[in-house]
Design a protein around this ligand. Structure first.
Ligand code: NAD
Ligand code: GDD
Length: 329
């Protein structure tokens, strides 16, 4: 086992749960923290110190970072469009987590601090078309991010930058583009389009009701990154010399209609589509420009959407047929 202690916050969530599992596999000593009760974590590694702490509070952040050398700060109150459009204040309150975690990490002499930012920091006026030009890192300014959630992420990116410049804390930041995979929220309001689409297609298939509701007109575009690419890229960025926030996303652009086509193909069904034009839609188009990550790391996410969706679909199918719980917050 490696000697250094690594902290993962948001460890009861989707990406945090996978990251802890991966770090344990690699032989790290890990402390895993989330404010959810331990029974509601998606994954829990028995060999890890698992703590339920509310990281909006500074004293809990101090407890979390004790003796820690590296921090992956993933905790946030967030979800897909259905959540972030209706919970802007809650999303912005994650600024308490990020600010207190930075303060505590600096005090404790943490060696490296990773912050999971989002493609939601990008300016809305660069995402008005469905056949958009992929977003480059400089497209975050002049600032016009997603209301609530995007502003909080952009502000926290700047906090990371200033803690690095003024206090010498080594901070690293990735702008995740829509991440999907097994062992994450698939119903209840926080789920994102890939999990929601799998769930809806499976429910339609099992019930014999051959109809699916799609939010928006289905022409809006996105790119979706499979969790394994996210884990690899996160750890590469953490240990790189890349000091500015960098895209971590797939550049395989699809419309939401194409996403549904793929899931239908996996399920072996064809459903009648009903478009809900008053549902949360977000920007018209979003894609990741991977020029910089390719240049700096010689790598970019490459797992095909169809392959990642097959694995996600299979996991959600099991959840539904076994009536597994999906904790709702
Ligand atoms: P998630 O909701 O599954 O995990 C976040 C975890 O943070 C949850 O388990 C939640 O309980 C925990 N948390 C919230 N408030 C907390 C608090 N006060 N104290 C302690 N824990 C708290 O989300 P995820 O998809 O795993 O995302 C992880 C990170 O990546 C988040 O910062 C998110 O904003 C960012 N991100 C994710 C995506 C994506 O598509 N999944 C895209 C962009 C950015
Ligand atoms: N969630 C969801 N559920 N979205 C749906 C559904 C559905 O049933 N049907 C269609 N959509 C459409 C949404 O209207 C939106 O236009 C698109 O699918 C993508 O929605 P989400 O996956 O919810 O979110 P997003 O891509 O707009 O934003 C997400 O990714 C960001 C990073 O790229 C969010 O998770 C953000 O929190 C995240 O930072």
């Amino acid at each position: 086992m490696k000697s250094e202690l690594v902290l993962v916050t948001g460890a009861g969530g989707f990406i945090g749960g996978h990251l802890v599992a991966d770090l344990v596999k690699k032989g790290f000593r890990v402390r895993a923290v989330d404010h959810k009760p331990l029974t509601d974590w998606w994954q829990k590694q028995p060999e890890v110190e698992n703590l339920s702490l509310d990281l909006e509070k500074l004293e809990n952040c101090r407890t979390a970072v004790q003796g820690v050398e590296e921090v992956y700060n993933l905790a946030a109150d967030m979800g897909g469009m259905g959540f972030i459009e209706h919970n802007k204040a809650l999303c912005m309150l994650s600024v308490l987590i990020n600010t207190h975690m930075l303060l505590a990490a600096r005090e404790a002499g943490v060696k490296r601090f990773f912050f999971s930012s989002s493609a939601c920091v990008y300016a809305a006026n660069k995402q008005t078309k469905t056949d958009l030009t992929a977003l480059k890192e400089e497209d975050a300014y002049p600032a016009m991010p997603e209301d609530g959630y995007g502003w909080e992420k952009l502000f926290s990116e700047r906090m990371c930058r200033h803690f690095r410049e003024d206090f010498g804390l080594v901070t690293r930041m990735a702008r995740y583009h829509n991440v999907y995979g097994p062992q994450g929220t698939w119903k209840g309001g926080r789920e994102k389009a890939p999990a929601a689409t799998c769930r809806k297609v499976i429910e339609a298939k099992l019930s014999g009701n051959r109809e699916i509701e799609i939010w928006g007109d289905g022409h809006q575009t996105r790119s979706f990154m499979f969790i394994e690419d996210c884990l690899f890229g996160t750890q590469k960025i953490m240990h790189s010399e890349i000091v500015d926030a960098i895209n971590l996303g797939s550049n395989e652009l699809v419309s939401i209609n194409q996403l549904v086509d793929i899931v239908e193909e996996i399920a072996g069904v064809e459903l009648k589509r009903k478009y809900n034009l008053s549902a949360p839609k977000g920007v018209n188009g979003r894609n990741s420009d991977n020029t910089l990550i390719q240049e700096l790391l010689g790598w970019q996410p490459s797992i095909r959407l169809r392959d990642g969706l097959e694995r996600t679909y299979a996991w959600i199918y099991d959840q539904i047929v076994t009536n597994a719980p999906c904790p709702i917050y």
